[in-house]
Design a protein around this ligand. Structure first.
Ligand code: ADP
Length: 575
């Protein structure tokens, strides 16, 4: 038929067009997939590169290598190829013949010049020129290379590597169009990689900072413990001697201040890392606020401030973490005390406004200039930055207040008529409907101190002795040990009802000692009270203590009243 050759030519052309369209669609898909990988949350650059290489092969190449040569950072190669054998072969070549920086061809040259190269075909002669010896040549020949593109990865600032695209068994020959796609891919990869590297650096620095802060808080808390433990003794002696009583009071106040600073430092570090865990429950807010107010009353009154508390007459319930909510109010009252001169007035109020519980802490103090009202919630921001500020502080408290409020689904703001005209801090929290009246957990009132046999173990001898002395005064029978092994030995004859164990002990740490105590007394005293005394109070530390068999975990310097309550509330032992 006369028309046949023409129609067959048309069909071929159509088929070609369809093929091209299909490839164009594939390439678009490839770019989309690659972009998804590169912007994924997984910022580990090795994972990203591997994933990227895996979308390139086999859709866009049969073989792909990514070389990263960022000065002073890393040099890394990912290789994938269709089929396990090919993959092994490609990896062998990458291992044996990595591109050396001084090479005047291939990857090294592309990185140096920043210019991509395209080899639509790879004649034997070219392979020979780009291999270093006979074995290298033989290995490359085995790959059956058809076509190659080497494209630089150029980020905003520098060339940080190159991607090599190779076709083999598919028989496909790369064109200029493919090169354009490859360049786009390499550019996106470069930018994403640079971000990942920067992120890794920042994350590393953050980790180091967090570790340092945790260590700092721990090291600073440790020496405070024995001092704090000794205070009740001093205070008792001060019953007859007002000078001693005064000293004890000063020490107590200063230790409380230092403790609060350490807690804030520790909490801000953890909150910025999103690591504060909340133990939430339905809470009756006015009761909680009353408790916070009574905690702060002595400090406010000592400063010569009048302190008034007006709490909602009706019940206001919020869902939250008791300790953290108290911390919010204590921080605000602490600031009111700090920034209000003697003779001033501080007010704590709580009201229900629609579906919000509104807490207001107001003072008649030095006030806040309008342009600082929002800024003061930022980390380290203080209105007065001079070194001789009479109030001291680190500029952490309000940051923490804001973070904790927001974690409760609330918000905080500041108001002030200006310098000298007082300030008001307003915390708004969502309320929950009043819960059905159900019997709360049975409150165990601490009985009078019932004498118990208690073993105190701490390698800081001052700490061990001071806790021992304190408990002895309360009527308990005490033995003291300075390491875990001696503790186990002493226990043999002493048969303790409670063991207070420091965690950071030499030879055998507190966790191991606790586990051994549990094992030793598993039949004769299954209700042995084990209390961990630790400088670390993060959730992981508490969990580790629970796992080791501890009943309680106290963070140093702990509240001696809390220890006393724990010991008194512990079920009465027999034998
Ligand atoms: P710090 O009190 O340790 O400096 P904060 O984060 O608690 O840190 O407070 C930040 C700053 O906000 C303070 O330095 C102070 O300038 C200002 N500020 C906070 N509370 C008050 C207040 N009640 N009255 C006046 N200024 C305040």
């Amino acid at each position: 038929m006369p028309g046949e050759p023409e129609s067959s030519a048309k069909r071929m052309e159509l088929e070609k067009e369809i093929l091209e369209l299909r490839r164009a669609r594939q390439l678009l898909q490839l770019l989309a997939n690659a972009t998804n990988i590169l912007i994924s949350d997984n910022l580990d650059y090795e994972v990203r590169l591997k994933n990227l290489a895996e979308v390139i092969v086999p859709n866009f190449a049969d073989w792909c290598a990514i070389n990263i040569i960022a000065p002073a950072r890393l040099s890394y190669t990912v290789v994938t190829a269709a089929g396990e054998d090919k993959k092994k072969l490609a990896e062998e070549i990458a291992r044996k013949y990595p591109p050396e920086r001084e090479y005047r061809y291939g990857v090294a040259e592309v990185i140096r010049s920043g210019q991509a190269t395209l080899y639509p075909a790879m004649p034997d002669e070219l392979i020979r020129r780009t291999t270093v010896n006979a074995e290298h040549y033989e290995l490359l020949k085995k790959l059956g290379i058809v076509s190659v593109m080497v494209v630089p990865m150029i980020s905003q600032h520098e060339t940080i590597g190159a991607i090599t695209f190779v076709t083999a068994e598919s028989g496909y020959r790369y064109s200029e169009d493919d090169l354009a796609i490859a360049k786009q891919l390499a550019h996106r990869a470069a930018v994403a990689l640079e971000n990942a590297l920067l992120y890794a650096e920042v994350a590393e620095a953050n980790r180091a900072k967090e570790k340092f802060l945790a260590m700092l808080a721990h090291e600073l808390r440790n020496p405070l413990t024995p001092v704090r433990n000794s205070l009740p003794i001093l205070a008792e002696k001060g019953k007859e001697d007002y000078e001693i009583r005064d000293i004890a009071n000063i020490m107590d106040r200063q230790i409380a201040v230092m403790n609060r600073l350490l807690d804030d430092l520790f909490d801000v570090a953890r909150a910025t890392a999103g690591k504060i865990r909340f133990h939430t429950e339905d809470l009756e807010l006015p009761g909680l606020l009353r408790h916070a107010a009574e905690t702060m009353r002595p400090e406010l009154e000592r400063k010569g401030l009048q302190f008034s508390v007006y709490l909602a007459g009706r019940p206001v319930h919020v869902h939250g973490d008791r300790v953290r909510l108290e911390q919010i109010v204590i921080n605000l009252l602490g600031n009111a005390a700090k920034y209000t001169p003697a003779g001033g007035h501080v007010t704590l109020e709580c009201e229900l406004e629609g579906k919000e519980a509104v807490i207001r802490v107001r003072d008649t103090g030095k006030g806040i200039p309008p342009h600082m009202l929002e800024k003061i919630f930022q980390l380290f921001v203080q209105v007065d930055q001079s070194l001789d500020r009479p109030e001291g502080g680190l500029g952490l408290g309000l940051t923490l207040v804001q973070m904790l409020t927001e974690r409760h689904g609330g918000r905080v703001s500041a108001r002030s008529e200006g310098p000298g005209r007082g300030s008001e801090f307003i915390v708004r929290l969502p309320v929950v409907p009043e819960p059905e009246t159900k019997p709360g957990p049975a409150e165990r009132r601490p009985a009078a101190d019932e004498p118990k046999r208690i073993l105190v173990v701490d390698d800081n001898e001052d700490a061990a002795n001071s806790i021992g002395k304190l408990l002895r005064r309360l009527g308990h029978s005490i033995r003291v040990a300075y390491d875990g092994i001696s503790a186990l030995e002493i226990a043999q004859g002493f048969n303790p009802e409670a063991v207070l164990l420091d965690i950071g002990l030499p030879l055998m740490d507190g966790y191991e000692a606790a586990a051994r105590f549990r094992e030793l007394y598993k039949n004769s005293r299954p209700d042995l009270l084990l209390v961990a005394l630790s400088g670390y109070g993060q959730e992981e530390d508490r969990a580790k203590s629970r796992e080791a068999g501890f009943n309680y975990h106290l963070v140093k310097p702990f509240d001696t009243q809390e220890l006393r309550n724990i010991i008194n509330a512990w079920p009465q032992k027999t034998g």
